[in-house]
Design a protein around this ligand. Structure first.
Ligand SMILES: [Fe+2]
Ligand SMILES: [Fe+2]
Length: 260
């Protein structure tokens, strides 16, 4: 299953990535997350920055998912329905974060944005590779991150944002689960799928090494969320081990800091 639509690209630190998706003129685009000045602290401006970033992440998740539907029209109908349903979820998530941003006194474009997830996933030429990177890696990573950030929002006294993040995470689990399920089905039907996924993960590691600029923060693998999302116990412990290896080598991993 190969992509049928030609790509427009850009070069970032020597790596060819997909050119940014369209954005309104109010947005200042940068290529990498570490090019966005971090407000720091835990004050209102820092909180607005986090929600602003989550808003754009959800827009990207919608765009990446919709791009799969456009690029791989021959995929099985049941998978098309899953991806179409996901588009609805991601659009709703974006609207939730945008509304929350405005409630917090923020506005679209108040911070620079990076569209790295789109630029990375949009380069992958097979649907299996995109499911492996977008769903199995980025969105599953957001489940891990959510386990840490939701209590942080509550500790800051912002239960409204914490509740939104909890609701979003509840939707993310089925996204990861259907991707896990379909990757297994695609691999059963076409053994070459395994090679496509392996090549994509190798390429992703290289992109992370080149484009990362910050040391990966320790994020505990969320065993419960991942098992709900269809990872086996063995796979969960493999992910935890991989994260420990990344931490040990201080590998940059900014792409994983998203909220899918
Ligand atoms: Fe998602
Ligand atoms: Fe989402």
């Amino acid at each position: 299953m190969a992509s049928v639509v030609p790509k427009e690209t850009k070069v970032v630190r020597g790596v060819v990535l997909r050119r940014d998706p369209a954005r309104e003129p109010c947005f200042d685009l940068v290529h990498l997350h570490d090019e966005v000045p971090d407000i720091g602290g835990l004050g209102p401006e820092h909180r607005r920055q986090r929600v602003h970033r989550d808003y754009n992440q959800e827009v990207q998740n919608l765009e990446v998912t919709a791009l799969c539907l456009v690029d791989f029209p021959e995929m099985p109908w049941e998978l098309r329905v899953e991806l179409a349903r996901q588009c609805w979820d991601e659009a709703r998530h974006a609207a939730l974060f945008y509304r929350r941003l405005k409630e917090m006194g923020g506005w679209k474009g108040m911070f620079a944005i990076a569209n790295l997830d789109w630029s990375v996933v949009g380069m992958l030429d097979s649907l299996a590779a995109r499911l492996a990177v977008q769903h199995r890696t980025f969105e599953a990573g957001s489940l891990d991150i959510g386990q840490q950030t939701i209590p942080q929002w509550r500790a800051m006294g912002d239960d409204t944002t914490a509740d939104i993040m909890e609701a979003v995470d509840a939707d993310e689990i089925p996204h990861v689960r259907f991707a896990n399920d379909w990757l297994k089905r695609l691999a059963d039907a076409e053994p070459r799928t395994v090679l496509q996924v392996a090549a994509a993960m190798t390429w992703l590691r290289r992109v992370v090494a080149v484009t990362g600029g910050t040391t990966m923060h320790p994020i505990a693998t969320s065993t419960e969320s991942r098992e709900l999302a269809g990872f086996s116990a063995t796979e969960v412990s493999q992910v935890a081990r991989l994260e420990q290896q990344l931490l040990a080598t201080s590998a940059p991993h900014e792409e994983g800091q998203n909220h899918a």
